[in-house]
Design a protein around this ligand. Structure first.
Ligand SMILES: Cc1cc2nc3c(=O)[nH]c(=O)nc-3n(C[C@H](O)[C@H](O)[C@H](O)COP(=O)(O)O)c2cc1C
Length: 308
């Protein structure tokens, strides 16, 4: 069964051999996972969030396990875009698998400079814009919580990277996710991925302290799958551009549920912490799962959720 997918964008399409991507921040730069499977068997690899300059991230503890998930406040630690382009990207099999670079910045101008730098890299198929970060130049509110700010970033990245597919990653920590999705579509996004982590907190009762040094963090894993499914369903009905589902996906059945709700592709995040071969086995098992659930093509399944 052919499970290839084309994410038809407003400016650039993204062709994937299958709909299984890895989620940013949960799969390193991809190379760390080569002992667990063939990177080229995936639809795409979304690498750890990159910034213009290297960042040390937050103090520890910054990861804590929760019921059916985990909380993290890693703080977007990374080596910066130059180290990635010089040392990591050339080692990735980018001719065989789509390499999608997740980017974040503290201002619209910084987003544009980062996007322009990556636009010249042949090995980068797409940019995933993480708008779940504070706009320092605008009082620290998150770009992704304000349709105007989210649109401004999208427009800037779109203009700075005309050769790349631009995917905007939406935050669930908003009152109405569809208003943000429509704003970034109008600003030129080629696709949207949803969702980023859900804001949460854990406490250490004996110590009477927060479990994370940062006090609050992002909840991920199977615990957030119902939230992610709801967001994908709402967003897929609100926009025409492709939606990529992410949040608690750990098996082929989960992936098919997201596609049924309207997703064109999916990302595996915390699943790779549970089992490092998770994304590889999910991609391998997808054709058999389609057969098991009577799915004749992913196009036929997508968005066919019955409401009667
Ligand atoms: C440890 C960790 C680091 C993450 N880092 C990033 C990041 O750099 N950029 C980003 O857009 N999302 C980041 N995320 C969010 C994931 O990509 C994903 O959206 C989220 O975890 C929900 O999917 P999951 O439940 O499958 O993990 C991170 C998640 C985790 C758990």
């Amino acid at each position: 069964m052919d499970i290839s997918v084309t994410l038809r964008g407003q400016t650039r399409d993204l062709v994937l051999k299958n709909p299984v991507l890895t989620a940013s921040g949960t799969f390193g730069n991809g190379l760390e996972f080569t002992p667990y499977g063939d990177l080229a068997s995936l639809g795409g690899i979304v690498v750890k969030g990159l910034s213009l300059e290297p960042r040390p991230g937050n103090p520890c503890p910054r990861i804590v396990e929760t019921v059916a998930g985990m909380l993290n406040a890693v703080g977007l630690q990374n080596d910066g875009v130059e180290v990635f382009c010089r040392e990591k990207l050339p080692a990735l099999p980018w001719r065989e698998v789509a390499v999608i670079v997740n980017i974040y910045a503290a201002s619209v101008d910084e987003f544009a400079r980062l996007a322009a730098r990556l636009d010249g890299e042949e090995g980068v198929a797409a940019l995933e814009v993480n708008v779940s970060c504070p706009n320092v130049a605008h009082g620290g509110a998150l770009f992704g919580q304000d349709p105007l700010q989210a649109a401004a970033v999208t427009r800037a990245v779109r203009e700075a990277a005309p050769r790349k597919h631009v995917m905007v990653k939406l935050s669930p920590n908003v009152t109405d996710i569809t208003s943000i999705a429509r704003a970034v579509e109008d600003a030129g996004a080629d696709s949207v991925s949803c969702i980023n982590t859900v804001l949460g907190m854990a406490v250490d009762l004996p110590a009477r302290r927060p479990a994370l040094a940062n006090v609050v963090g992002g909840l991920s894993g199977p615990a957030i799958k119902p939230v992610a499914l709801r967001c994908v369903w709402q967003v897929a009905r609100a926009v025409k551009i492709p939606v990529i589902g992410v949040g608690g996906i750990v098996c082929a059945r989960d992936a098919l549920e997201f596609i049924l709700a309207g997703a064109r592709a999916v990302q595996v995040g915390t699943g790779s912490f549970i089992r490092p071969d998770c994304a590889f086995s999910l991609a391998a098992e997808l054709p058999a799962a389609c057969e098991q659930f009577g799915v004749t093509s992913l196009d036929e399944l997508r968005g066919s959720l019955r409401l009667d």
